[in-house]
Design a protein around this ligand. Structure first.
Ligand code: HEM
Length: 162
C-alpha cells in the first residue's frame, strides 16, 4: 500500500502531471483523443458483435472481423495513452475512485471475453461464416461484449461526477 502511494505520488510530481494540470488546452485535447479512440474501438467491436447477433447475416464474419479488428486495435492505441495521461493528472484521486477501478476491471473482463471468443467458438467460424445461424456461444460473447463496453463508457462518463 505504502509503495503504491509512493508511485502515485511520483506520478503526481512528474512533469507530465504538472503539464496536464497547468496547460489550459492540453487536458481537453487529450480527452478528445481519448474519446476519438474509444468511439473507434467500441464502434468497431459493436459492429462485429451485431453481426454475430444476426444482423447483416449475408456479410462474411471472417472478412468483417479482419476489417474491424484492425480499427479496434487502432482505437486502443489512442485510448490507452490518452487515458494514462488523464490518469496522471490526479493519480491519487483516480486510484481511490471505485468507479475508476470498476472501469478498469470491466475493461479487463471485456478483454478476457474477446480472447475466449477467439480461442473458442471463433475457431469453427468457417462453418458459420455467412448465410447460416451463428452458434449460441458466439452470440453470448457478443451480447456480453456490448453490455461490458456500455458499462465501461458509463463508468468513464461518471468519473467526472464521483
Ligand atoms: C479501453 C476502453 C476505454 C473506454 C471505452 C473509456 C471511456 C471513457 C469515457 C466515456 C470517459 C468520459 C469522457 C468524457 O465524458 O469526457 C472516459 C474518461 C476517462 N478515462 Fe477512459 N476509457 C477507456 C480506457 C481508459 C484507460 C485504459 C484509462 C487509464 C488507465 C482511462 C482513463 C480515463 C480517465 C482518467 C478519464 C476521466 C476524464 C475526466 O473525467 O476528466 N480510460 N473514458
Amino acid at each position: 500500500m505504502h509503495e503504491a502511494a509512493g508511485i502515485l505520488g511520483w506520478i503526481e510530481g512528474s512533469a507530465l502531471s504538472h503539464a496536464m494540470r497547468g496547460w489550459l488546452w492540453l487536458y481537453p485535447i487529450v480527452e478528445i483523443v481519448h474519446i476519438t479512440g474509444f468511439v473507434i474501438l467500441v464502434g468497431a467491436v459493436t459492429m462485429f458483435d451485431l453481426r454475430l447477433l444476426g444482423f447483416a447475416s449475408q456479410l462474411p464474419v471472417q472478412a468483417l472481423g479482419r476489417h474491424l479488428l484492425r480499427w479496434s486495435a487502432g482505437g486502443l492505441l489512442l485510448v490507452v495513452p490518452a487515458g494514462l495521461m488523464m490518469f496522471a493528472t490526479h493519480p491519487q484521486e483516480f486510484a481511490a475512485s471505485g468507479v475508476f477501478r470498476l472501469k478498469l476491471a470491466l475493461i479487463c473482463v471485456a478483454g478476457i471475453n474477446a480472447a475466449l471468443f477467439h480461442i473458442g467458438v471463433n475457431r469453427s467460424v468457417v462453418n458459420w461464416d455467412s448465410g447460416v445461424a451463428v452458434p449460441a456461444a458466439a452470440k453470448a460473447h457478443a451480447a456480453l461484449s456490448i453490455a461490458l463496453w456500455l458499462a465501461v463508457i458509463s463508468c468513464g462518463r461518471l468519473l467526472a461526477y464521483t
